[in-house]
Design a protein. Structure first.
Length: 238
């Protein structure tokens, strides 16, 4: 058998790597048939030819399979393109391509926090109340005031010289704040400069911490003006 046949097959395989498998085999078959024609023995030539025909049939099957694979690949690419177009990646209804628009984030106006102004501390001689009432608007009743004083008895008594959580309230009306002997006052109370006139006590009992910020007195205040007037009448009687 001529030496060119083996070299020819190797050359075909090397040169046909970039083609489809069926095409490579088809080229090899043509070479095999050429070999069969050069064989001098008829029986061997016939066997060689049958083998070549069978391989050619296989080559046709491979080539068809390869073409189907290419067809499927093409369909997949087309489907991907249609999907992108449906999602807005393609052209618009008027044929113009959509441009990606980057919307700037909406600007929000951040308002500077409003500083709350601390309520002004009334002057020592200021007797204005939060609710605008004055002691003169009411007539105090000492008997009723004794009942109101029950709210104060947890910390105060009206016995002279007897201090408890709070100082004795004996003779409180007309006395300067922070002056009861033996009681430890806060600086805020001792330095307030307040004289407990009936009108100032009326203001203080409404909201103690507004009148003397920093006081230790844990009392939210008595909002009912009539009860404040009654309590003051009771304290004046002691």
């Amino acid at each position: 058998m001529p030496a060119r046949s083996g070299n020819s097959i190797r050359a075909l395989a090397d040169g046909g790597l970039g083609k489809c498998p069926g095409h490579i085999v088809r080229l090899a078959i043509d070479d095999l048939i050429g070999r069969a024609r050069e064989i001098s023995f008829p029986s061997a030539r016939l066997s060689y030819t049958k083998i070549a025909c069978n391989v050619r049939s296989i080559a046709g099957t491979l080539e068809r399979a390869f073409l189907m694979k290419k067809l499927h690949l093409g369909l997949a690419v087309s489907a991907s393109a249609l999907l992108l177009a449906a999602c807005g990646g393609g052209a618009g209804d008027d044929g113009s391509e959509h441009s990606a628009e980057t919307k700037a984030p909406a600007q929000t106006t951040v308002e500077a926090p409003v500083e709350e102004t601390a309520p002004s501390v009334p002057a020592a001689d200021d007797v204005a109340t939060d609710d605008g009432t004055t002691l003169a608007d009411f007539t105090g009743d000492a008997a009723n005031g004794e009942n109101v004083f029950l709210q104060c008895k947890a910390c105060h008594v009206v016995d002279e010289g007897v201090n408890r959580v709070g100082p004795s309230l004996a003779g409180i009306i007309g006395r300067t704040a922070g002056t009861v002997d033996g009681f430890s006052y806060t600086e805020a109370n001792a330095n307030s400069g307040i004289v407990w006139t009936p009108e100032k006590m009326f203001q203080y009992l409404e909201n103690p911490r507004r009148v003397i910020p920093g006081t230790r007195m844990a009392y939210a205040g008595l909002k009912d003006g009539q009860k404040r007037a009654d309590l003051i009448a009771y304290l004046q009687a002691q």
